[in-house]
Ligand binder design. Structure first.
Ligand SMILES: [Zn+2]
Ligand SMILES: [Zn+2]
Length: 180
């Protein structure tokens, strides 16, 4: 099973803190049972900024990540910047189905974004779920009908909060096959 590399994505709109990345890396290593490390370099995503929307185009980021990814690792870009694809107002993340690269954003995972007091635990939990979900897509998994499964689709934080951080039995299969 390929290791997972986290790449911090930066721009003028900030970065995800290192302690959060370390926590994420440790959790993903346990979930996917593979080494997960944070790449030492950061990756500037300013090129993907749509000035009018004030958001970053996730598909363009994935295309660039593909160029820096080595083929023997899965690459997950982690950013504090708000992401979008043209047909949607925003995305929490995006991934290549059955590919190597994925990206997640913490921008809308913070309660502050919704005018609520900050909760570090909730933020970390949501980031883990969203990261595991997008990485699941790189294993060829599509959205799952089981609402408890991390592969259930969630376009709002409320939906992220009700689902679990684990893969259901069916979704675990392609991952397990790769693991053992
Ligand atoms: Zn999805
Ligand atoms: Zn599932």
């Amino acid at each position: 099973m390929k290791p997972i590399h986290l790449i911090p994505l930066t721009s003028v709109n900030g970065v995800v803190g290192l302690d959060r990345l370390e926590h994420l890396a440790a959790t993903l290593a346990r979930t996917f049972r593979t080494p997960c490390r944070i790449r030492p370099e950061t990756f500037d995503i300013s090129f993907s900024l749509d000035e009018r929307r004030g958001q970053y185009y996730s598909t363009a980021i994935i295309q660039r990540l593909e160029r820096v990814a080595d083929s023997d690792a899965r690459v997950l870009g982690v950013t504090a910047c708000d992401l979008y694809v043209p047909v949607l107002t925003f995305v929490f993340g995006e991934a290549q189905l059955d590919g190597n690269c994925a990206v997640v954003s913490g921008a809308r995972l913070k309660d502050e974004f919704y005018g609520l007091p900050p909760s570090e635990n909730l933020f970390r939990e949501r980031l883990i779920k969203e990261a595991a979900h997008e990485l699941g897509h790189t294993f060829g998994l599509r959205h799952c009908a089981d609402w408890r499964c991390v592969m259930a689709s969630s376009h709002a934080v409320e939906r992220l909060d009700v689902k679990g951080a684990e893969f259901c039995r069916a979704c675990r299969k392609p991952i397990l096959q790769t693991v053992w």
